[in-house]
Every structure is written in C-alpha cells, then in structure tokens.
Design a protein. Structure first.
Length: 488
C-alpha cells in the first residue's frame, strides 16, 4: 500500500511538472491588415502617411522590408497563409475562385493547429474565410453603418469611394474588432493564447470618421512618385492589360479603359489626390485601432511572453504603373509590411531585406510558440532571420495564376507572364520599377538564372495543376485564361 502511495505521489508530481512545462509556452498574437501596402512611416512608402503605432511596434522588433504576399488578392493570399501552402497547392489564385482547397484534403490552418496543440484560440475580424467551429472565441468582420448620402460600394468601379463618416470610431467595424481583441487578451485561462486579429481598413470602401480625413487635405496631398515619361513604354502588352484592370474586373475587358484613366478623366490630378488622401485617412484610422490593441498587449495578464506578428494580406497600387488596387505582380501590388516582436529572439529596431513571404507565417508562428510544425507546410520559418539578422534567403515567389509568376530576391524581381513576356527590375538602382531590363543584353545571364528558378517553381506539378484550375475556373474569366479568351 505504501509503495502504491509513493508511486501515486510521483505520478502526480510528474504530471505537475509536465503541466508547468506546457504552461511556459508563449502567447502568440497575429494581426493582419487588409490592403495595406508600404505606406507606413517606417517603410517610407508615402511621406505623409501617419502610422505612429505601427512604427512604434516595428521598432520593438524586426521589420522585414522585402516581404510579399504569395497572391495579390484577398482570398488567395489568406487561403495561402492560413494553410501554409502556396496558391498552386490550394488551387485558389483569385477572389473569383472557390473558398476551399480543391486539390487537397483540407489541411489544418494555423488557428486550428494551435487549438490541437492546447492553445486557447480566438479569432476576430477579417482573418480567414469560412466557418471555424473549433475556435474558443470568434468575431466575424463587423459591418459599418452607411449614411444615406454615402453610395454603396461598387467593387468594379475605380476606388473613388472615399467618404468621411459623420460618426465616431465606436460605430466602426474595426473598433468592434479592437474591443474584441482587448477583451480576449484579458481572458483568464491556464492555457497559452493564440489570438488572430484582422483589421479591415484600408480595404474599400475608403470610409473613415471625419477627423481622419481632416488630417489629409486634398490640396496638399502628395501623389505617388512617377517617372517623367510613360511608364508603360517598356512593358509587354500583357502587363499593360493587367495594369488597366484590377482584382474585380475581367482582364481583357478591363484592358479597354483603366481606372487610372477614369480617375484622371473625372477631375484630373485633383481626383487622384482625393483618392490618395482617402487611402491615407483610412491607413491612419487603421493605425489608431491598431494602437488600441497594442496598448493592451503591453501587459500580459497570464504572465507569459508575448510574441507578435503584424502584417498585411497584399499591397495596393494608387496610380503607380497606371494601376489601381490589387491584382498585379509589381512590387507595389505585392509588398506587405512585416513586423515580428519575439522576446529573446529579436533585438529592437532591427531590419532584414531578405525576401520572405506570407506562406512563411505559419511555420514562423509554430516556432515562436515552440510547437511542432505540420508536415504539409511549404513555407520556411523566419525565426533563423530573427536570431541572425545577417542570415540570407534565396527568393520569394508570387503567383497570379499558374503561369503568371514573379520571383523576388534581395535585389531583383523577374515577372513572367503566361504568354512568355517578362519584366526585370533592379530594386537597388530602380526601387520604383521604372526601367524594365528584361530585353537588355547585358542582363541576359542574370535573367536566365532568375528565369530558371522561377520556372522550376512554376512548373512543378504543372500539368495536374493547370488541368485542375481550368476545371475549377471554367466559368470565370481569369488572367491565365486570357490567351484562350483572345482566341474566341
């Protein structure tokens, strides 16, 4: 009997030690902003952008200045980073596609994986599409009241829908998301917490309370920097058609009349400035909501370390390349701010220009938490870069269809379209991508090397992928069906 009591004591003691070890795992917070490009202060994308909260948290850890989405639209980008799979594996390249992963048995997204690893998991705002019954707490993407004088959003129209709202922050959807985040952060639980939060602005419609518009008068708003000549002069025809379109317009129809031409025809540069000011106002509003969340994160009520990953789902053009919104393969369309604050790993105010992408988020979150990574993941953890800012990465890949692909290194970007046309840019000498080097003889060797890597990535499982995607999207007009549409 005494032996059994001693055995029971050691069993309980061992179980207590195991529970204590589990309890040491960090809380992990993932925040994704919708349609945010590099127009934040620390990124220098626009000189008038006001993002003090984003800038402050960026200086607390590592800022990745060469981070990109893996698909330049909301649905495919989010499907990719939630699942940890490239768009070529999910089968989702555009918003027009299915909201599932048709090629594979649906893998666990990172929120569900954290749940299976013993985390309390809360998700609020626009983070992932679909239903998530496994979550401990959930808030969808709250609606915003629309005043009678404000027209409804027309997603196929140019983004001239900016409007100052006659009500305060408290009535906006993102304020409700921030309230949810603050409430969930105060959760009393013995489990570590994974919190995934999505802020909707600056996604269209470009509405925000009046006080944010007051900071950005149209008359003093600076337009994006453009070349002196026509930026389309050295672009292939396919790229020009893409520039004339955007995420919600058919490529071949959109090629007849661009948003940029429509904006300029409406009221010249005054209208262009008004839309830019609307975007800046919405970015500033987003930053205020972000600040509310970050303030709560300063104190961990469970006494754990707090790991933060802050990013966007893709970039956004505001007239660069004569293009607007998302739906392109240029730097402005794919770049995302990426900030990681990881106590014990990151040093304050550090930067990396190594090419990373959103498919790397899932494995990074796992490493920050110290949990196992699922075997299906296709991205690479960014933790080695956190530990050694001088470490290097080879390339990131962005897809806008199976045969429209960009490769991004620490210096160069090569874009290859389905018709074989290409663009090549040297970001060290040409950060705005004004000079297409693809046809320059002196860059032949460089282009060939990048093209080889791009095609190796693109062509793996190519036949099966194209067959699947042509079946999946048979009733939609998409960029990679462009050649077939022209033949009709």
């Amino acid at each position: 009997m005494r032996l059994n009591l001693i055995s029971l004591f050691f069993l309980i003691f061992h179980s207590g030690l195991t529970a204590a070890a589990v309890d040491q795992r960090a809380d992990v917070v993932f925040i994704v902003v919708d349609d945010l490009n590099d127009w934040v202060g620390v990124m220098g994308g626009h000189p008038q952008s006001l993002t003090p909260n984003f800038d402050r948290v960026a200086r607390q850890g590592m800022l990745f200045t060469n981070a990109h989405c893996n698909a330049p639209q909301c649905l495919p980008s989010r499907t990719s980073f939630i699942s940890g799979l490239y768009p070529k594996a999910t089968g989702v390249y555009m918003n027009a596609g299915p909201r599932t992963t048709p090629r594979l048995t649906k893998p666990k997204g990172f929120p569900e994986h954290f749940k299976s690893e013993g985390y309390y998991v809360a998700m609020g705002g626009k983070v992932a599409y679909g239903k998530h019954p496994y979550l401990d707490a959930f808030l969808g993407n709250p609606s915003w009241p629309r005043p009678d004088h404000v027209p409804k959003l027309n997603a196929k129209a140019p983004p001239w829908d900016g409007a100052a709202l006659p009500y305060g922050d408290e009535e906006t959807g993102d304020y409700k998301v921030s309230e949810f985040a603050i409430e969930q952060w105060q959760t009393k639980t013995e489990k570590p917490v994974m919190m995934a939060i999505g802020l909707f602005r600056p996604h269209r419609p470009l509405w925000a309370p009046q006080k944010y518009f007051d900071k950005f008068p149209t008359v003093t708003t600076q337009l994006p920097v453009l070349p002196k000549g026509n930026d389309w002069d050295d672009l292939p025809d396919y790229a020009i058609r893409m520039a004339r379109s955007h995420a919600h317009k058919d490529l071949h129809d959109g090629g007849r009349f661009s948003d940029h031409e429509a904006i300029l025809n409406k009221n010249g540069e005054t209208e262009w400035k008004r839309v830019v000011a609307s975007y800046l106002a919405n970015v500033n509003f987003m930053d205020t909501m972000l600040g509310r969340i970050l303030k709560a994160l300063e104190q961990n009520p469970r006494g754990r370390q707090t790991m933060i990953v802050l990013t966007s789902d893709h970039g956004w053009n505001l007239g660069e390349k004569g293009h607007w919104c998302k739906g392109g393969l240029w730097k402005n369309t794919t770049i995302v701010p990426m900030v990681i604050v990881a106590p014990g790993m990151t040093k304050p105010d550090t930067r990396s220009k190594q090419p990373v992408s959103l498919v790397d988020v899932y494995p990074t979150l796992c490493d920050l938490a110290g949990i196992d990574k699922p075997s299906h993941l296709q991205g690479t953890s960014m933790v080695p870069l956190l530990k050694d800012p001088k470490a290097e990465r080879e390339a990131a890949f962005i897809s806008y269809g199976p045969e429209n692909t960009a490769i991004q290194t620490d210096r160069y970007r090569l874009i290859r379209y389905e018709d074989g046309s290409e663009e090549l840019y040297d970001h060290d000498k040409d950060p705005h991508e004004w000079e297409n080097l693809a046809k320059n003889a002196e860059n032949r060797g460089l282009k060939d090397d990048l093209e080889k890597s791009l095609l190796t990535f693109q062509n793996k499982d190519k036949a099966a992928l194209i067959k699947q995607h042509r079946e999946t999207y048979s009733k939609t007009t998409t960029p990679w069906l462009f050649k077939q549409e022209l033949k009709k």
